[in-house]
Design a protein around this ligand. Structure first.
Ligand SMILES: Cc1ncc(COP(=O)(O)O)c(C=O)c1O
Length: 394
């Protein structure tokens, strides 16, 4: 019987959209768990912390007090004001609320920025390794992601010199993340300013992903929102405020283009989640910030334990991360097939880590990403288990 399934037609672009490997690892981890094993999850980019209680309480109150209608596509005015206030208190800069667009996570902010700025065939320069969804957003729009191989010499970041070397006639944008996923490295104040100047010179745009801001250790991150109104900045409530599942973030855009972003946002999303926005109003209260700052200190302790512990196992960490909650380790002393190694670590040591494959084409087989999203005691267990596996021979 021909039920039509065999001839289902899909868009050609789907050939270029790869699965998010970390989700596949997570699925395999669930299978290992279903078989009765205790798996230590160091694969997914979300820590074990719950959303801060003042935020949860604000959501509960909002459900009782407000009708959960669509909000403006730009977000609730008081939340936009609160985010503007955060730029003032945290960074000492003025970003008017009118330039802030609240979005469904930074994912929606990225799609809106790319959607407003890119035509088909336009090129975007991105660091490789880098966050995988970026290249897929760009491809979905018919534009072309150009992954620039970066390594320890530029702290795994696309710097202005590299961007200049690779900027071609079709390049419209350079994008960086600071702190970055998967490497946890930051772009310095000087480098963001130099990248912004380069983009300006070339008639293009600099887009900076600051989703891991707040989660830095021993350094304060510089916001690229200070480098000129023409720099586009995305951020999120997901990581620092531990609200991954609430789906809320924001975009800072040039004033003159906010209406364009709004128009696209109205069509793509109508509005961000109303309940999440009401909840997020509590994020900037001192009680919430006290919780998030204590968690930042806890993450730093985990980082300080894990970096040397991994190195003692032969997993080299070429640049010590100063932000986010990831360590991008060179595993080539143990295996030159990081995918097979990650599977062995999962199925035999019951520790889930992400193989480099997710993050691009630049030596993914030599790297794994470990997310320090579990307490130190669990990390110690993970290290002991991987150590035993290595002793047995990888
Ligand atoms: C660098 C980076 N950007 C953006 C995102 C998307 O996050 P969200 O949509 O939850 O804000 C992530 C998620 O892990 C990320 O690591």
């Amino acid at each position: 019987m021909n039920d039509g399934v065999a001839t289902l037609r899909i868009a050609a672009r789907m050939a270029h959209i790869e699965p998010f490997e970390v989700m596949e690892i997570q699925t395999l981890a669930r299978e290992v768990e279903a078989a009765g094993h205790d798996v230590i999850h160091l694969e997914i980019g979300e820590p074990d912390f719950r959303t801060p209680q003042p935020v949860v309480d604000a959501a509960k109150r909002a459900l009782d007090e407000h009708r959960m209608y669509y909000t403006s596509a730009l977000g609730l005015a008081p939340l936009r004001e609160a985010i503007a206030g955060f730029y003032s208190t945290r960074y000492g800069i003025t970003v008017p609320a009118s330039r802030i667009i609240v979005t469904a996570g930074s994912s929606a902010a990225l799609l809106l920025a790319f959607g407003v700025l890119l035509d088909e065939g336009d090129e975007v320069l991105l660091a490789d390794p880098g966050y995988p969804c970026n290249r897929h957003f760009v491809r979905t729009l018919g534009a072309v992601p150009r992954g620039i191989p970066v390594g320890p010499e530029s702290r795994y970041q696309l710097d202005a010199a590299l961007a200049r070397r690779h900027w071609g006639p079709k390049t419209r944008m350079a994008m960086v993340a600071s702190p970055a996923n998967p490497t946890g490295t930051l772009v310095t104040r000087e480098e963001t300013a130099a990248l912004a100047a380069l983009a300006r010179e070339k008639g293009g745009t600099l887009l900076v992903d600051e989703i891991y801001h707040g989660l830095t250790y021993g350094v304060d991150a510089h916001t690229a929102a200070a480098d000129g109104e023409d720099v586009w900045v995305v951020n999120s409530f997901s990581k620092y405020f531990q609200m991954t599942g609430w789906r809320l973030g924001w975009l800072v855009a040039p004033q003159a283009l906010v209406r364009k972003v709004e128009t696209l946002a109205q069509n793509l999303f109508i509005s961000p989640s109303a309940v999440a926005q009401h909840a997020a109003l509590a994020c900037f209260e001192p009680a919430t910030l006290a919780i998030t700052e204590a968690r930042r200190a806890e993450l730093d302790q985990r980082r300080q334990y894990l970096v040397p512990a991994l190195e003692s196992l032969g997993l080299r960490v070429p640049v010590v991360p100063q932000g986010a909650f990831y360590i991008y380790a060179d595993c080539s002393a143990l295996s030159t097939d990081s995918f097979a190694l990650a599977r062995r670590i999962l199925t035999e040591a019951h520790v889930a880590v992400t193989p480099g494959k997710d993050f691009g084409a630049n030596q993914p087989e030599r790297h794994i990403r470990i997310a320090y999203t579990q307490p130190v005691a669990r990390l110690e267990q993970a290290v002991a288990r991987i150590g035993k596996l290595i002793e047995r021979g990888t």
